[in-house]
Design a protein around this ligand. Structure first.
Ligand code: ZN
Length: 506
């Protein structure tokens, strides 16, 4: 049994290394690669994808997993070996359903489509990407059809990033949240908007970057095992537990951009840096779902980074870094500015209160496209209509409408957005659990100390990687299933101090 387990780990190590190599090519494509590299890069990524897929679907791996079943069944569910065999089998069964030829075709199409999108968005030219998107929808349907057990075409696609969730479950959670959120948005939007002009002065890039790095160093992001570079669309990526990188983008005329994206991505990265070292090289060495991952980025970005206590410590320092811009701006004004609620066009710029409405729009559209109720050609118009209905404003063009997010243009349609809102919900639920276990956390944050919080998250969440599903982890950490209550409580408490919410009480 020991020899078989070692064989399994060797095979997984090879897959892990190939995946990391593909990740490095992707990281380079998104940071430093010259435009001319795009066609070859698409081919290179497809080649690595094909190799990974072949190794993952090797019948010998299937036989090995069968041989290891008695060993798995002899161990407690929580044993690392049992988890390793269980999670590997889950992935093996999923991968063997998708033919090698198809996986390569999809990956190569994704790279070409991404390249087309980088040109179409600045040109506000939806027509240029429409044929790519139509093919992406066809491929996404084709992909879903490889999985026979499903209630909805989106189910297997959702399972790729949020295993254990179904379209119907997500629909129900979102309906619940939406019902509570809309009155809040309406109550706040009826009041004069916060003045965020203090964030919209000129803030030199180098000092913005330096301040952001100082903050996440204090959070506990380990620069011996990470670095930050610039990109168009910020992300975090792991090549090994010893090399987890983040990217950001800077706007010199808006202080909120790089700062909060840096905190956000550091949350993703600390999750991956905090994995149990023994999981390295296996499928357990990864955050368990996109929802749980997003809960960690949002926790650091919003529950910590946009809290008053955090800025009681950091604001005097920020004022010293930008004396001309901030010396006459009070903490109170700054705090209101970074928590300004407004119905805006861009999801990634949206505040905590309206953000989830952006996600729900995309999730609903994914289901509609997969079901054939919404054609790609009609997407820009449908976007503008729904946006008007939900937000009361209209995007002037498609650049800030349907073309704004990279997701559909660089992967698949289906299952790619729900994690953001599941993450917001979970961030508040996990944070409540952290405060219940460690009541000193808020005082420490006011002193610029994050060790207790970071330590608790490592212990409760990070170290486990994929050992537990999102649902299992939520149950273990919070003592119950996913619930929107803590998130609504958090929003009402925080924004109740900033706005009059008496009209939103239902
Ligand atoms: Zn994120």
């Amino acid at each position: 049994m020991e020899a078989k387990l070692a064989d399994l780990k060797n095979r997984l190590q090879e897959i892990y290394d190939l995946t990391a190599a593909a990740g490095l090519l992707y990281w380079d494509q998104s940071t430093y690669m010259p435009r001319g590299g795009a066609p070859a890069r698409a081919r290179q990524l497809a080649a690595l994808e094909r190799l990974t897929h072949e190794k993952f679907t090797d019948p010998a791996l299937g036989r090995l997993l069968d041989d290891l079943r008695p060993h798995e069944e002899s161990l407690p569910y929580e044993h690392d070996d049992a988890a390793l065999i269980r999670v590997t089998r889950r992935h093996y069964e999923r991968e063997t359903r998708v033919p090698v030829e198809f996986a390569a075709r999809m990956s190569s199409h994704a790279a070409e489509s991404y390249h087309a999108w980088t040109e179409a968005r600045p040109a506000n030219d939806f027509k240029r990407v429409q044929p790519y998107l139509e093919k992406t929808l066809d491929l996404s349907r084709e992909l879903a059809e490889f999985f026979p057990d499903k209630d909805h075409l989106a189910d297997p696609l959702i399972a790729y990033s949020d295993y254990g969730m179904q379209a119907e479950t997500v629909r129900a959670i979102f309906a619940d949240l939406r019902e509570r959120l809309v009155p809040l948005v309406q109550a706040i939007s009826a009041q004069p908007p916060a003045d965020d002009s203090c964030l919209r002065k000129t803030y030199p890039e180098d000092r913005q970057l330096a301040f952001g790095l100082e903050v996440i160093k204090r959070f506990g992001y380990d620069f011996e095992r990470g670095r930050q570079d610039k990109t168009h669309h910020p992300f975090a990526i792991k090549f090994s537990i010893g090399d987890v990188r983040i990217t950001t983008r800077v706007k010199e005329d808006f202080l909120g951009e790089a700062l909060f994206s840096t905190m956000h991505e550091s949350g993703h990265a600390m999750y991956e840096q905090g994995l149990a070292p023994g999981y390295e090289g296996t499928l357990l060495a990864r955050g368990t779902s996109s929802g749980v991952h997003e809960s960690q980025s949002r926790l650091w970005e919003n529950l910590v980074g946009r809290s008053r206590g955090f800025w009681e410590f950091f604001y005097p320092q920020l004022q010293m870094v930008f004396p001309d811009q901030l010396k006459d701006v009070s903490l109170d004004t700054f705090y209101r500015a970074i928590n300004k609620v407004e119905r805006s066009l861009i999801r990634t710029d949206a505040d905590e209160v309206t953000y989830n409405l952006h996600v729900m729009l995309r999730f609903d559209f994914e289901l509609a496209m997969l079901e054939g109720r919404l054609a790609i050609a009609d997407l820009p118009e449908a976007w503008h209509e729904r946006f008007k209905a939900d937000f009361g404003i209209t995007a002037p063009d498609d650049r800030d409408g349907v073309l704004q997010d990279v997701h559909w243009f660089s992967g698949r349609i289906g299952g790619v957005f729900q994690g953001y809102t599941l993450g917001n919900i979970l961030s508040a639920q996990f944070y409540e659990a952290a405060l219940a276990a460690q009541p000193s956390i808020p005082d420490e944050i006011r002193r610029g100390e994050f060790g207790t919080l970071h330590g608790w998250l490592k212990e409760a969440i990070y170290q486990h990687g994929r050992k537990f599903t999102a649902a299992e982890l939520t149950e273990r950490v919070t003592g119950g299933p996913l619930s929107v209550e803590p998130y609504i409580r958090y929003l009402k408490t925080k924004y109740g101090e900033l706005y009059d919410l008496s009209g939103a009480e239902a």
